[in-house]
Design a protein around this ligand. Structure first.
Ligand code: PLP
Length: 368
């Protein structure tokens, strides 16, 4: 019996998501110590002390979490100026992406996303045996006009990321409004704002402000990135109450665990941590961009907490050279970008360490 062939048709075409290499794995494999991981867009400053403090006082782990997420929804509602019935909590925002797919995609339906967009969009689409429709990018960014053109009778969902991962590209308020106005109301638009809090561009749009005008819009955000809680898995969607009602029907009853809910509430109160994280990142972006320029490596301009750069040849040997120096970055071959690597912005010391290691690796490999 071939159990691959027995799987749902979309699932047969799937490859498992490839995460950034964990620090412990590199230790085990190469015996390298003093490792810096700049591979998964985590916050180099860590979690808020308020969140860590709240986690130390958890003593009711024998009880199920609050399945309705009352406290976290109340805190988000106040912070974002939205109603609690517009919120969907997820086990990471990836969970919300999957809920949208499970609720709205059937075999034969189409879901649109951009070339070089986040790997989870095709993953959740194929998991529902729906058809992924990939629209060619414009200079590695979303070609929103072409994405609107790609809508057919079968289109049910469009995924857009602003900024996008792994490219760091973004679109402005005018482009988003133009795009939303062209999409039929029967098509759900998922606007993935995982890096929202990092962006400092003045024309960068806030998806939440468009919810009233576009009842087909779902905005997703996360505590994994600037909030520094990636290990806990907590994110959320904001939408019309009707879409939130639908997502609630397919959600696992206790999809967000108690430590995650507790830490997220505390993290929302720590504005200083967010401010510090944002300003560290903004200076780190400049530091790495300038460093890459000095090494004559072409890069994709980024407004997020990472930069993708072109090694000018197969990036795998560079990636492996960096691993030997104890620096973990992310290869992008899985995104059809075999010459690119993506580096997460770290602390200034980590950025320096990365740039030094990269310089050595490039020099050593040029000599070979
Ligand atoms: C990291 C990331 C997410 C967030 O994932 P979580 O499940 O919340 O950890 C979502 N979308 C994009 C584009 C990302 O890069």
């Amino acid at each position: 019996m071939n159990y691959i062939k027995l799987a749902n048709s979309g699932v047969q075409q799937l490859k498992p998501y490839e995460p950034g290499k964990p620090i412990e794995e590199l230790e085990r494999e190469l015996g390298v110590t003093d490792i810096v991981k700049l591979a998964s867009n985590e916050n180099p400053l860590g979690a808020s002390h308020k969140a860590l403090h709240a986690l130390r006082h958890l003593d009711e782990l024998h009880l199920y979490p609050d399945g309705a997420g009352f406290s976290l929804k109340a805190a988000l509602s106040e912070k974002l100026g939205i109603a609690t019935d517009q919120l969907t909590l997820g086990n990471g925002s990836n969970d919300v992406l999957e809920l949208v797919a499970r609720a709205y995609l059937q075999p034969g339906d189409e879901a649109i996303f951009s070339e070089y967009a986040f790997a989870v969009y095709p993953l959740v689409t194929l998991a529902c045996s729906a058809k992924p429709v990939q629209v060619p990018s414009n200079l590695f960014g979303h070609d929103l006009a072409a994405m609107a053109e790609a809508v057919t009778e079968r289109t049910r969902v469009i995924f857009v990321a602003n900024p996008n991962n792994p490219t760091g590209t973004w679109f402005n308020a005018h482009a988003l409004d133009e795009f939303l106005s062209r999409i039929p109301e029967r098509v759900i638009v998922v606007l993935d704002e995982a890096y929202f809090e990092y962006v400092e561009e003045s024309h960068y749009p806030n998806g939440i402000e468009r919810l009233e005008k576009y009842p087909n819009l779902v905005v997703t955000r996360t505590f994994s990135k600037i909030y520094g809680l990636a290990g806990l898995r907590v994110g959320y969607g904001i939408s019309s109450p009707q879409i939130a009602d639908v997502l609630d029907r397919v959600r696992q009853p206790f999809n967000v665990n108690t430590p995650a809910q507790t830490a997220a509430v505390a993290a929302l109160e720590d504005d200083d941590h967010i401010e510090n994280s944002r300003s560290e990142n903004t200076s780190g972006l400049v530091q790495i961009a300038e460093g890459l320029q000095k090494l004559h490596l072409e890069q994709i301009p980024s407004v997020a907490n990472f930069i993708a750069f072109d090694c000018g040849r197969d990036a795998m040997p560079v990636y492996e050279g960096l691993l030997k120096q104890g620096v973990i970055v992310r290869p992008l071959a899985g995104y059809d970008m075999p010459n690119h690597l993506r580096v997460t912005i770290g602390t200034s010391r980590e950025n320096e360490r990365f740039l030094e290691a990269l310089k050595h690796v490039l020099r050593d490999q040029a000599d070979e």
